[in-house]
Design a protein around this ligand. Structure first.
Ligand code: UDP
Length: 244
């Protein structure tokens, strides 16, 4: 039984990082395609304005509270979640687990060449990890069937889809029934860029102090528009709560 709360109509699981990992480990070993999404405030806002996207998020097997804004919003609504569960950290935990069991992971997304570099780095970081296929995230509709064929042929149990939101969630939802070997799909945005070393994650201290967003802004001021969306998110959550 899931324990969820709703933020702007999006169901978020009240999970700790440890429980989320346990659940992901269970899903990756359970036949039939499961979906895990990791909504941050931007994603929740986008879903509020796009009912199709909201329904896709709500059809997931788990949505973890990624982003401190989601944690604050949950608290403001009087339905707190235990902690932030970043998609990136959950992915790392799951890869460590797959390393031990030998189940394969397919890396799908990012610019040409990035997934290959990420695969090399991941094999070093998680010694013995079975990265059984990669594909970049820039493709035409005509190429979609070939990508599915490659994923199926790889025998991967875990599919990391890194196309940015909402493209990755919509792709997973639309294609999940064509996947024959995969048990778990996760939409994890820029994770391959970080694994490949193309983008950096904030130093641990920023993450611990819930200031990852600030680090990202300082190191990449072009993201200003994305952070400006945060106060709007909190205002919208407050207004929406009054309506209900
Ligand atoms: N991307 C992709 N195909 C697209 C658009 C984006 O593969 O058509 C990739 C992009 O190269 C990047 C990732 O999706 O690796 C999205 O990164 P971003 O930092 O925007 O994601 P976030 O984690 O912030 O959602």
């Amino acid at each position: 039984m899931r324990n969820t709360i709703e933020i702007l109509g999006v169901k978020i699981d009240r999970v700790t990082a440890a429980y989320a990992l346990k659940r992901a480990e269970h899903l990756v070993r359970t036949p039939g395609v499961s979906m895990i999404f990791t909504p941050n405030p931007e994603i929740v806002m986008a879903a509020y304005e796009d009912p199709e996207f909201r329904d896709i998020l709500n059809s997931a097997d788990m949505c973890t509270p990624d982003g401190i804004g989601v944690v604050y919003a949950a608290k403001m609504l009087g339905t707190p979640v235990p902690e932030r569960v970043a998609g990136f950290d959950l992915t790392c935990g799951l890869l460590e687990s797959l390393r031990k069991t030998g189940e394969g992971v397919f890396l799908f997304g990012a610019k040409p060449g990035v997934a290959e570099t990420a695969a090399d780095k991941l094999r070093e970081k998680y010694f013995g990890l079975n990265v059984c296929g990669v594909h970049n995230g820039y493709f035409t509709d005509d190429e979609n069937d070939e990508i599915i064929r490659q994923i199926n042929e790889s025998g991967a149990k875990l599919l990391l889809v890194c196309l940015g939101a909402p493209k990755q969630e919509k792709w997973i939802y639309a294609n999940r029934e064509k996947l024959t070997s995969v048990n778990l799909c996760m939409g994890v945005g820029g994770a391959l860029d970080v694994f490949a070393g193309v983008a950096k994650r904030a130093p641990e201290i920023f993450i611990k102090m819930n200031l990852e967003w600030f680090y990202r802004f300082v190191t990449n001021p072009s993201r200003l528009g994305r952070f400006a969306a945060l106060p709007k998110f909190m205002r919208t959550v407050r207004k929406d709560a009054k309506k209900r």
